[in-house]
Design a protein around this ligand. Structure first.
Ligand SMILES: [Mn+2]
Length: 351
């Protein structure tokens, strides 16, 4: 279908694509890759069901967006979910649960059986990263913007690695309650708690700006002290600043000063206040309001180039799947991220 023939006022069609858009990935400018994966999740399960929850909610969205012209004509395409990923997630999640339960009981992981299981999980996570790396290369080489829909926050590493090969230098803006700078967590090299540690192994990532962080361990604070690429906006200091004299807009301006021209956005939904993501794996009090996050994304689109993004840790309620507020918030963010990422390269459509 020609993109300008799409009727943004009609009922969305259930066609397996985010927002019910009828465009093939090949004819789209933004390609969304779903990764229903929650193998290393340490607290609440369910982020593997995030892509489905976002997709379901995305069919109810109104397509007009303030600040950008006709985003429904951009061409936002969806790759079908890989069944292999769904199966591997199940198998490896079962192994990981056994490992985590043993850790919680205080069992030493140094038995041959548990060591084998950890090594299997690590290998399978590495294989997923490699798959996404190759898949991302395929679309990036056609000059498309790739967005990952997680899944837990470990999932976008393959995309970040692919971008690190393609781009000489870029920065990451991370919106998150957690710093995710652990070297490994619970024995898992590719833990959700290690995504930024693993990302920063790429030397051409020049900056990591973290916003909304409010749960952090001493190891991560040490990491930040020793790697001058990392700028931490912890949630408590941010709030104090807002309570005193500063506006959110002036903070957004300051955040932008720390970022280079090319920016990757890593959006962990738990960076938002928990009323926006009550069922996320690890909800934490405090956090950004929805509109603070929207304003920040729009600011970045105006001033920088968004070269890719992920949206992770969205999870539907497993107790009451009929209330899908988490998916609802996630769908809106995904539409914003997709639209403004494209808009950041085509400033003429920004308003
Ligand atoms: Mn995270």
């Amino acid at each position: 279908m020609s993109k300008s023939n799409f009727d943004p006022n009609a009922t969305s069609v259930i066609n397996g694509n985010y927002f019910g858009f009828p465009f093939l990935a090949e004819e789209s400018e933004v390609v969304l890759i779903s990764i229903p994966w929650d193998v290393t999740t340490s607290y609440g399960e369910g982020t593997a069901k995030g892509p489905r929850a976002i997709l379901d909610a995305s069919l109810q969205l109104d397509f007009y967006l303030f600040g950008i012209n006709k985003p429904w004509e951009i061409g936002i395409g969806t790759l079908p979910v890989m069944e292999k990923i769904v199966e591997k997630n199940k198998v490896n999640r079962a192994l990981a649960i056994e490992i985590i339960e043993n850790l919680e009981k205080g069992t030493n992981l140094n038995t041959e059986d548990l060591r084998d299981k950890i090594s299997t999980v690590n290998k399978e996570c590495a294989a997923l990263n490699l798959w996404l790396h190759e898949e991302s290369n395929k679309w990036l080489s056609q000059n498309k913007i790739v967005g990952v829909v997680g899944g837990e926050h470990s999932t976008p590493l393959g995309l970040i690695n692919a971008l690190s090969e393609k781009e000489e230098s870029f920065g990451i803006l991370q919106i998150d309650a957690h710093s995710d700078l652990r070297r490994a967590y619970q024995g898992f090299d590719y833990s959700h708690a290690s995504i930024m540690y693993n990302a920063l192994k790429n030397n051409n990532i020049s900056q990591l700006v973290q916003v909304g962080i409010r749960d952090i361990c001493p190891e991560e604070i040490d990491y930040i002290k020793n790697d001058n690429r990392v700028v931490l906006y912890n949630d408590f200091s941010l709030s104090e600043t807002l309570f005193s004299e500063r506006s959110w807009l002036s903070i957004c301006d300051e955040i932008l000063l720390h970022l280079p021209e090319k920016v990757y956005i890593s959006f962990d939904i738990d960076g938002l206040s928990p009323e926006n993501c009550p069922n996320t794996g690890t909800p934490v009090p405090g956090g950004l309001s929805f509109n603070q996050a929207v304003t920040l994304i729009k600011y970045i689109a105006k001033e920088k180039e968004i070269i890719g993004f992920d949206l992770c840790e969205v999870s539907p309620s497993l107790i009451n799947p009929h209330t899908n507020f988490d998916g609802n918030v996630g769908a809106r963010l995904l539409y914003l991220l997709s639209s403004f990422a494209y808009g950041s390269h085509h400033k003429e459509i920004l308003q």
